[in-house]
Design a protein around this ligand. Sequence first.
Ligand code: ITT
Length: 214
Amino acid sequence: MANILIATGNAHKFQEIEAIMGKFAGLSLNLVYLDKSYRVEIVEDRETYEDNAKTKAEGYLKFLEENPELRAELNLDFIIGEDSGLEVECLEGAPGLFTARYAGENASDIANIEKLLNGMSLKTECAENRRAKFVCHACLYDIKKNSFEYFYGELKGLIAEEISGTKGFGYDPVFIVPEFNKTAAQIGAEEKNAISHRAVAFGKVAEAIKSSQS
Ligand code: ITT
């Protein structure tokens, strides 16, 4: 059994990662989530997704070093940081690294979506090209080896002109998944978790953990 802390404060991400890794054959995992009540402070100010993902893993490690009882109780083997984002072609890759805070620090999902749709409606290129992708970078910190490894996944799609669907989180209500011709908020969690950027990256993480155990 591997004990793994997912270094995120986003409960939706954690649920998806749990569903994705939980289904991985031949792996026995205990995934841990520290909700917002733990108040782990992370400053996400790096210039790449990889560095931000590493910063999250290191930030949670530091938090556990300051809380030795919790650290002993969790008895972790790995800490995984994840940084993800949305890149829209006609906006030259924006919102990119700023995806979570596109409409400002602590912006709601709906405020971020509105900023995106308004920005796209003002750009002529966006009338013809609504291609976009979700990207996911995971940083696997192996506590015993004191090593960091990086894994990547992406999901290509299109930005809808309006919101549809109530499932998922973040930009899902405007992200059309071509395979289903529906937004990621209209398809079920099971469908999303089979093909998403997070599913691809965390499938690779699961493979790496599996091979480190054998
Ligand atoms: P942590 O840093 O605590 O993990 P966060 O939500 O701030 O949580 P990120 O910094 O990685 O995470 O921001 C990624 C943002 O990209 C996220 O808040 C969503 O708005 C968006 N996003 C990422 N994956 C998504 C998905 O599967 N569906 C919809 N939006 C997604």
